[in-house]
Design a protein around this ligand. Sequence first.
Ligand SMILES: [Zn+2]
Length: 62
Amino acid sequence: MKFELSKEEEKKVREWEENHKCTERNKSCCGGEITYSFTPTSIGTAVDATCICGQTLAVREL
Ligand SMILES: [Zn+2]
């Protein structure tokens, strides 16, 4: 199975990455690190993005 973000979803994540009050980003030399989690269900795939600071963005809600 292959999971991809749409252009709009990528944009949403990028904006959130820059705009959320990140407590960890300044400690990291290489910028924020985002981890994606894909949850396949019968009606589609839910996508969450989690920052290294622990905050989570619902990228795609079902
Ligand atoms: Zn963060």
